[in-house]
Design a binder for this molecule. Structure first.
Ligand SMILES: *Cc1c(COP(=O)(O)O)cnc(C)c1O
Length: 419
């Protein structure tokens, strides 16, 4: 299947007159459509709510769109909480799913009356001292061992730093009730970027069974089950788009099986990041160099500091050379950035049409865990971010960094006066 971009070469030539490359550009209409599709798939659950994983795309212009679409915000740090507050999400509109949590972050989450998702049993006394135990609280579960679907290993929770063991969940509920908590949620995140169509249903089955056991054995009210993130996206042209109707009805089947028609009716929450915004973003770069040594290289004006996934995980990001969508892919390129790191390659041995200097080279699916994983190695600066609106206009939603930003935290040597 061909992978499409929401702009043509002619449109992009207009955009870059005002906003030179490199930049990430996000498609508002696509983001809205993806949230609506998710909500439709879970419309059978009265309390369903998506808490967008802010770390995936922490730009308030995007968070505001998501808030308008009915999403809450899933935060895991002080600044992510500040972003949620900035777009007007407070109270039950915020899920605070952190780990190894600093005291001031629990205090801010408490002040905002966010739903706190406790990562560990030792955080109970810590939270009691730093913000206090709220009436409604969520617990993060780690089942240990391997996470399997139909015999195939999908993840390795036994090796993951997150969550509590089953006995700890039971103990935590007792302790939290003693300290005044009344309603509980359960959360687990067992595998990432899952295209396996039964991931959510399998995870939901485990959490629903735990919810029922907890309720039966302790009498605790389980108000919601948080299925967290993890639904994947088709990065490769031959990957299939997740079938949300199948996912929603799979979770529904597990729900009915666990709770029956007359049983408890917990709300279902999700914390998707990648699924919501991943395919709605792309990184637009310009080819600036061509090099032929033992391999054939195209150098572009972005680097791993703008999109780390290929360097970090060997992740595939599809590439379209704008205007050459239908040209024969007669060349085999490594597409590189300028970092002094040989893993700074957006693609290795990628068949592409012949690229000339000045061509616009677009990397697909950078709308989640793209810009936000950026860094400043080699003194490289982060790019701007643009929003493509449904009416076709483009807004600058973050400017690029300048050397002044890079030097802003230095003291002395003429960079900034001691403060
Ligand atoms: C990263 C993360 C998410 C979002 O994951 P995606 O793969 O983007 O769906 C949700 N919840 C928690 C706790 C996370 O750490």
């Amino acid at each position: 299947m061909a992978k499409e971009l929401p702009y043509s070469l002619a449109q992009m030539r207009e955009i870059i007159k005002e906003f030179p490359t490199p930049f990430h550009i996000y498609d508002e209409a696509a983001i809205r459509a993806r949230v609506r599709a998710l909500r439709a798939a879970f419309a059978w659950n009265a309390g369903f709510k998506e808490y967008f994983a802010v770390k995936a795309l922490p730009n308030p212009a995007i968070l505001d769109i998501l808030r308008q679409e009915g999403c809450g915000m899933d935060c895991s740090s002080y600044t992510e909480l500040m972003l949620a507050k900035a777009v007007g999400s407070v109270g039950k509109e915020i899920m605070f799913s952190s780990n190894n949590t600093p005291a001031e972050e629990f205090r801010l989450a408490s002040r905002l009356e966010a739903i706190i998702n406790l990562d560990d049993i030792s955080h109970i006394p810590f939270l009691a001292e730093n913000g206090g135990i709220p009436k409604t609280i969520c617990l993060r579960y780690n089942p240990g061992g391997d996470f399997k679907i139909g015999g195939a290993i999908m993840g390795n929770p036994g090796d993951a730093k997150y969550g509590m063991t089953r006995p700890q969940i039971f103990e935590a509920v007792e302790e939290l009730r003693r300290l005044g908590a009344e309603k509980f949620g359960l959360h687990a995140f067992l595998a990432s970027n899952m295209l396996e169509k039964d991931y959510y249903a399998t995870l939901a089955g485990e959490l629903f069974a735990l919810a029922r056991d907890l309720h039966e054995k302790s009498g605790a009210e389980i108000a919601f089950v948080n299925l967290s993130g993890g639904i994947g996206i088709p990065y490769r042209p031959d990957d299939a788009e997740p079938d949300l109707a199948h996912i929603g009805s799979g979770v529904r089947g597990k729900y009915e099986a666990a709770f029956g028609p007359a049983g408890m009716r917990p709300a279902i929450f999700t914390e998707l990041g990648r699924y919501i915004t991943g395919p709605a973003g792309s990184l637009v770069t310009t080819a600036v160099h061509e090099k032929r040594i033992y391999k054939h290289y195209i150098g572009v004006d972005a680097c791993a500091a703008n999109l780390m996934r290929p360097a970090m995980y060997g992740a595939y990001h599809h590439i379209t050379v704008l205007g050459k969508e239908d040209a024969p892919q007669t060349e085999l390129y490594d597409v590189t950035g300028a970092l002094c790191e040989n893993n700074d390659k957006f693609a290795v041995d990628r068949p592409l049409p012949p690229i000339e200097k000045g061509d616009l080279v677009c990397l697909h699916d950078t709308g989640a865990h793209g810009f936000s994983m950026g860094y400043n190695y080699n003194g490289k600066l982060r790019s701007k971010e643009l929003l493509l609106k449904p009416n076709g206009t483009v807004a600058l939603i973050r400017r690029e960094e300048t050397p002044t930003d890079y030097f802003a935290t230095l003291r002395g040597f003429g960079f900034a006066l001691e403060q």
